[in-house]
Write a protein that binds this ligand. Structure first.
Ligand code: ADP
Ligand code: MG
Length: 344
């Protein structure tokens, strides 16, 4: 369990103070993959660095596994940090060391004996799929393999928490998927709590249980990933979701829809479903019941953490009273319904 309590972080900038984090409160349950997403400059790296006190917060406390890191002595903090591993966007490997020796480094620094180092490092290399590459140098392996080394190195001191700051941002989509699958596997097999920092909603969708959205140093929204996808409340969340759930209408349709909305001859609805709601013929039932004319403009069915998730943009024509009744009925069926007054 990680608790971030009332954390603020100020830096001295050329034009005065920069408030990189403003009163951040988050509780990260043990064993979860917890995503923190935000645009560039939102404060994500600052936040993840405060979790292991690489940056000490100006205000507030960090509690990891019931220990308040912010009140530990230097020696105690060094010990506590061994329980927190970290991986980075640019891997931070030592080019003069082999794969094996990169992973062994934190153990060497901690004074662990050679035999014990081998007994730890070899299984870790197998776990991340690098058994055959142990004697290669970083320049001889791919980006995805470099990140696998980074992951194995982070796991060498048997941490309970893994912090990941944009660990897949330098990788292509296919390699990203493979690394995220590996992180998920490690999360499950080692019961490791993972904090994933990213600017990509795709990453959140693929591996995270929960997500917090950071904007200008503040948490503007948080919750289980599927709930945030169903009903994003903050504009930043919507913008970040845009590329994943394709909220925007195809351009060719926009003008026609805008015309309908201007004339008052249609209601633009965004419907979102999860779980069984996706399979049920809710939509055709609605059309029959309320004698409406539903024109589906855009739709998508997806899967988030094993749960089906669907989103649809619909232009509903017909008696406005019936449209309102249909919206209420859809909500009773567990569909998230939102009426849009204009085309974005
Ligand atoms: N050490 C620092 N000194 C001064 N300003 C910093 C420092 N670290 C980060 N910042 C500022 O804090 C803000 C958040 O940065 P950062 O946490 O790196 O954002 P993100 O990782 O979300 O892109 C930015 O305005 C950045 O310039
Ligand atoms: Mg960053």
């Amino acid at each position: 369990m990680i608790e971030i309590r009332n954390v603020s972080q100020r830096f001295a900038g050329p034009q005065g103070w920069i408030e990189a984090l403003h009163n951040v409160n988050l509780t990260i349950p043990p064993g979860e993959v917890f995503g923190i997403i935000g645009r560039s400059g939102a404060g994500k790296s600052t936040l993840v660095r405060t979790i292991n006190l690489l940056t000490r917060p100006t205000e507030g406390d960090i509690v990891v596994n019931a220990r308040t890191l912010t009140s530990l002595s230097t020696a105690e903090l060094r010990q506590a940090r061994r329980e927190i591993g970290m991986i980075f966007q640019h891997f931070n490997l030592l080019s003069s060391r082999t794969v094996f020796d990169n992973v062994a480094l934190p153990l060497e620094l901690a004074g662990v004996k050679r035999a014990e180092i081998e007994a730890t490092v070899l299984p870790l290399l197998e776990l991340v799929g690098l058994g055959a590459q142990k004697d290669r140098y970083p320049s001889q392996i791919s980006g995805g393999q470099k990140q696998r080394v980074g992951i194995a190195r982070a796991l060498a001191s048997k941490p309970k928490v893994l912090l990941s700051d944009e660990a897949t941002s330098a990788l292509d989509p296919e390699t990203t998927r493979a690394i995220l699958d590996l992180l998920r596997k490690i999360n499950r097999e080692l019961n490791l709590t993972i904090v994933m920092i990213t600017h990509q909603m795709e990453v959140i969708k693929q591996v995270c249980d929960r997500v917090a959205v950071l904007d200008a140093g503040r948490v503007v929204e948080s919750g289980p990933v599927i709930d945030v996808f169903l009903q994003p409340r903050h504009e930043v969340t919507r913008a970040l979701l845009g590329d994943v759930i394709a909220q925007e209408l195809p351009p060719a349709l926009k003008a026609r829809v805008a015309e309908h909305l201007a004339k008052g001859s249609g209601h633009l609805l965004r419907l979102a479903f999860k779980g069984t709601g996706v399979d049920q013929p809710v939509l055709s039932e609605t059309i029959r019941r309320f004698e409406l004319d539903f024109n589906i403009l855009h739709g998508q069915i997806d899967e988030i953490q094993g749960q089906a998730f669907g989103s649809l943009a619909v232009l509903a024509g017909g008696d406005p009273v019936k449209v309102a009744q249909a919206m209420a009925w859809l909500r009773e069926q567990g569909v998230v319904v939102e009426e849009l007054s204009h085309v974005e």
